[in-house]
Design a protein around this ligand. Structure first.
Ligand SMILES: *Cc1c(COP(=O)(O)O)cnc(C)c1O
Length: 386
């Protein structure tokens, strides 16, 4: 029987169990220990910038703490890219703040600098200067960082990078997640590397890292008894999860190469289909880990839409998925302010995420190619009436 082809499944390297065994042998079965320290060091080295990394229980937790450390509180406004996973926006609401959503631009599908500038000006004119900006490097594609950083600097608003999908991506040679005041990473099971579930906050000073660790371990003041002057959270990564992370860090470069190889496979395949375009870097400033490979389908040329392809894949037990539905179109955020046009909305209407794991076999790729050739080569349905 054929096995299911997943969109993006965990791809273990081999030494994860070694680190977990060390943790068991030394009885470090807790949200601290040598694997947590080691995983943080590995990430700092990989990001190759002068950063300090705090390992946490989830990317969402990292974003929550980043917003707290940017002093976001009740009634504040925070700017957020609209086309993203809801976890980019939810922590804004955890804090009683209001998200202000921004459209995408067509080159990287990430935050549109013009719409960002317009939003900041308009919010300031309404008497409310945004407290932070959350930019996302969607599907691994770096956002237009020069433009966005310069706008953030011009208005003196801290930038938080949601790099949950972009570990291993770079913009002008610099790692995604290291540009902003904070960067967040995710190691959920579907990401480029996993700790089964986990995240990290990328900081630029030891003081910010110390504050993050303090808040993530229940905010205990220095005292022999339990004393608290601030509200804390239980957000630290466990030493067992971090053991998986250390094993995964040994193969991260290979995983990036693997995903980029899958993207190249789709690039070759898509040359055969008119009206099917693979989402790719606009120029060599942008280096994507291609966490997910995504195509846009021109229905006027193919007479097919993404749902036709998704259902054809499903028949052969191949998983694919529509792209993130923009946040400003989500029922829960329907009243949130929004700036921009219909770029994100239109991309959502004609794009599909394809199986992208670094563990896709040649046989999996053959199955995928066969379905796509079936769907796109037979462009016009023959009508029995004509
Ligand atoms: C996965 C993801 C997150 C959340 O990370 P978790 O570790 O699952 O909490 C946040 N933002 C984006 C864009 C993501 O893809």
């Amino acid at each position: 029987m054929k096995s299911k082809v997943w969109l993006s499944s965990p791809h273990l390297g081999g030494s994860e169990l070694k680190y977990i065994k060390e943790a068991f042998d030394a009885n470090w079965v807790a949200p601290l220990g040598p694997n947590v320290d080691g995983f943080e060091r590995d990430l700092e080295k990989f990001l190759n910038e002068d950063v300090k990394v705090a390992a946490l229980s989830a990317g969402t937790a990292a974003l929550h703490l980043a917003l707290i450390e940017c002093n976001v509180g009740h009634g504040d406004e925070v700017i957020c890219q609209s086309m993203t996973f809801s976890a980019s926006a939810n922590p804004i609401v955890y804090l009683g703040a209001v998200p202000v959503f921004i459209d995408s631009e067509k080159d990287t599908w990430n935050m549109c600098p013009e719409a960002l500038q317009e939003a900041i000006e308009d919010r300031i004119s309404k008497g409310k200067k945004p407290k932070a900006i959350i930019v996302v490097h969607l599907y691994g594609m770096p956002a237009k960082m020069d433009e966005i950083l310069s706008i953030a600097a011009k208005y003196d608003i801290p930038l938080i990078e949601d790099a949950a999908e972009s570990l291993g991506s770079t913009y002008k040679g610099k790692a995604c997640g290291t540009f902003g005041r904070f960067g967040i990473l995710s190691f959920n099971g579907n990401k480029i590397i996993t700790t089964s579930g986990g995240g990290a906050l990328v900081c630029h000073s030891q003081a910010d890292k110390d504050k993050t660790v303090f808040l993530s371990t229940q905010a205990r003041d220095k005292a022999p008894h339990y004393q608290h002057s601030e509200i804390g959270y239980n957000y630290r990564m466990s030493n067992i999860s971090a053991g998986i992370g250390r094993g995964q860090m040994e193969v991260l470069h290979e995983r990036v190469e693997g995903r980029r190889g899958v993207h190249s496979f789709y690039a070759e395949l898509c040359k055969n289909f008119e009206g099917v375009e693979l989402f790719s870097e606009p120029n060599s400033d942008f280096y994507s880990n291609h966490w997910l490979s995504v195509i846009t389908i021109d229905e006027t040329k193919t007479s097919k839409n993404y749902e036709d392809l998704r259902l054809a894949f499903l028949k052969d037990d191949i998983e694919s998925r529509p792209i993130w539905k923009p946040m400003h179109l989500q029922p829960i955020f329907k009243d949130a302010p929004y700036y921009g046009g219909k770029v994100a909305e239109e991309l959502f209407g004609n794009s599909l995420c394809l199986p992208s794991g670094s563990n896709l076999s040649d046989e999996d790729k053959e199955r995928i190619a066969k379905v796509m050739i079936d769907v796109f080569s037979n462009k016009k349905e023959y009508s029995v009436l004509s």
